[in-house]
Design a protein around this ligand. Structure first.
Ligand code: NAD
Length: 332
């Protein structure tokens, strides 16, 4: 495929920065656009001096700034829209901003894609299915949300649901739109602070010798997907012209996730066993505290990725054991 001009919103974030690295390595011209609300320029240190890479700080709701970004890039042929307020603690604490950034950011970037006739890839989420009563999660399942007076966690999931509605509407109007739903991506740049995500939070607790918290007994299950596999999913979904069977990919929604279903308790135990077998780590493992009453935490989140395999040939290839070991080695 010839080199493309590509805008990556949320490009300084966890997934966005790895995606930028890969796109630049494949010869594309890339502009990473990010408010730095949660991402950082240091995530982009591997590409920052590359002649085909640019970074611009800006808000994804700011159309004038987005226009500047496209001018700097010299046009745009593909938009990966990853900018969003992510991190579970924010969903409860800052529901208004989560809804504002996630929905308006998607509407503005879809309009940008339409104005330039650029292909558009949305980073959605399995949380678009809300409480996800049917498993595995696949297209056609009910998307259901609980009473917002109980908790506001679904500020995130419901915003991703509306993002998908907006994308499907744009696809119906003729824009080439693809939707990717990553399932619990993890890797060395994942944030492990109190606004972070579980794998990094567990490692962070070990490194800073603080107790690990298991919400609701740690019995909920997730599918943890190594960052390189996630990036490969975005690349295939965004850069492939058509599906492997020759049909248009516009309007497709692809689950990108490992199919190993793991309880959070098993995740914690696996991480402890990896750290214990590291002879160079002499510190004691932290205490494990069980915290109850954590709202809106779905019991299972298991993907059906058959469409990703069928349409673009994607499959997760990294086992949890391999990925956690790589992450621990890198964090050390
Ligand atoms: N990490 C996962 O497991 C996962 C799972 C499902 C979906 N996703 C989605 O994938 C995308 C990337 O996730 P991530 O894990 O890299 O999260 P992240 O928080 O690391 O990246 C999101 C980026 O968006 C930026 N951002 C936030 N508000 C912005 C604004 N108003 N304007 C411009 N930039 C803004 C942040 O600074 C951050 O760098 C997000 O859309 C997220 O919802 C991630």
């Amino acid at each position: 495929m010839s080199a493309l001009k590509i805008l990556v919103t949320g490009g300084a974030g966890f997934i966005g920065s790895s995606l930028c690295e890969r796109l630049v390595a494949e010869g594309h011209s890339v502009l990473a656009y990010d408010s730095l609300f949660r991402g950082s320029e240091s995530n982009l240190s591997a590409v920052q001096d590359h002649p085909h890479f640019q970074f611009m700080q800006g808000d994804v709701r700011d159309i004038d700034r987005l226009d500047d970004a496209i001018e700097h890039l010299g046009g745009v042929e593909l938009i990966f829209h990853l900018a969003a307020v992510n991190g579970t603690k924010w969903f409860h604490e800052a529901a208004h901003s989560v809804i504002d950034v996630n929905i308006n950011g998607t509407l503005r970037t879809l309009e940008l894609a339409m104005a330039h006739n650029a292909r558009y890839v949305l980073a959605s989420s399995p949380e678009a299915f809300g409480e996800a009563l049917q498993q595995p999660i696949q297209n056609g399942n009910d998307m259901s949300f609980t009473d917002p007076s109980l908790h506001q966690r679904h500020s995130y999931g419901a915003s991703k649901y509306l993002d998908e509605v907006a994308c499907q509407h744009a696809a119906r109007d003729g824009l080439d739109v693809r939707i990717v739903r990553p399932f619990n991506a993890y890797g060395p740049r994942l944030l492990g602070d109190e606004y972070g995500q579980v794998v990094a939070m567990f490692f962070q607790a070990i490194l800073s010798k603080e107790p690990i918290q298991l919400h609701n007994g740690g019995l909920q299950t997730r599918s943890f997907t190594w960052i390189d596999d996630i990036v490969e999913g975005f690349i295939l979904a965004g850069l492939q012209e058509n599906s492997l069977n020759g049909e248009s990919l516009s309007g497709c929604a692809l689950n990108i996730g490992a199919t190993e279903e793991i309880t959070i308790r098993t995740l914690q135990e696996t991480i402890f066993s990896i750290v214990s077998s590291d002879a160079s780590w002499e510190n004691e493992l932290p205490e494990v505290e069980v915290v109850d009453g954590y709202h809106g935490d779905v019991l299972r989140r298991l993907p059906d990725c058959s469409q990703a395999e069928l349409f673009v040939g994607w499959k997760s290839i990294t086992t949890l054991q391999q990925g956690l070991l790589r992450m621990w080695t890198s964090l050390r």
